[in-house]
Design a protein. Structure first.
Length: 218
């Protein structure tokens, strides 16, 4: 997108002028608008070139560009791109392998990413699509707390595909991860607790002295 025309680059006889605080000045000759801009040490910026007449505003164009760049940078910083991860399974997967694959799916969902789960059929397995369907259903139930089924299982040639979406938004997952890292760093930097002082040993009280028995007088 090209920059707006400013100052001497504005080649129209008159403009609808807007003041630096948004006040409407009215339709003035461009020469008068340029003079007002110079007196205020500002720029004359064409903000609506297609209007009749074009709309121009008095502003500090350098400051305007700087603030616009900051806003664009902040928008890019806060922009979150949703990533689709992919996990491939076989209909007759080994229990240990299933646990490993399920762990990957959970990690992706915790990170706020969608997961495309693909069941690959080979040979005579293609005649048993129910095996893949049951496996996908089982996986969806196992990760129910972390994700939901966005796209139900469907056959695609030799494959069966299901898409899981995280229950947390990507931005929420990233913020949670940052908080966890900050908390872990704080715990690591905290000094170890001083050992508690050992309780003082209790001393038994000596029994009170009893007066000696007096001998009988004769």
């Amino acid at each position: 997108m090209s920059e707006p025309r400013i100052n001497d680059r504005i080649r129209v006889p008159e403009v609808r002028l807007v003041g630096p605080n948004g006040e409407q000045v009215g339709i003035v000759r461009v020469e008068d608008a340029l003079r007002l801009a110079a007196e205020a040490d500002l720029d004359l910026v064409e903000v609506a070139p297609m209007a009749k007449p074009p709309v121009a505003k008095l502003m500090d164009f350098g400051k305007f560009k700087y603030e616009a760049a900051l806003k664009a940078r902040e928008a890019r910083k806060n922009q979150v791109n949703t990533v689709i991860k992919e996990i491939k399974l076989r209909p007759k997967i080994d229990p240990h392998d299933y646990g490993t694959k399920k762990g990957h799916v959970e990690r992706f969902l915790k990170g706020g990413d969608k997961v495309k789960v693909t069941i690959m059929f080979r040979g005579r397995e293609q005649s048993r699509p129910e095996l893949g369907f049951r496996l996908l259903q089982r996986l969806a139930e196992d990760v129910l707390e972390l994700g939901t089924v966005e796209s139900a299982p469907k056959q695609d040639g030799r494959n069966m595909i299901m898409v899981l979406a995280p229950t947390k938004k990507k931005s929420e997952a990233m913020a949670e991860q940052r908080r966890a890292r900050t908390s872990d760093a704080g715990h690591a930097a905290a000094p170890a607790d001083a050992p508690e002082a050992a309780p003082a040993a209790e001393t038994a009280e000596a029994p009170e002295a009893t007066p000696a028995d007096q001998a009988p007088t004769t």
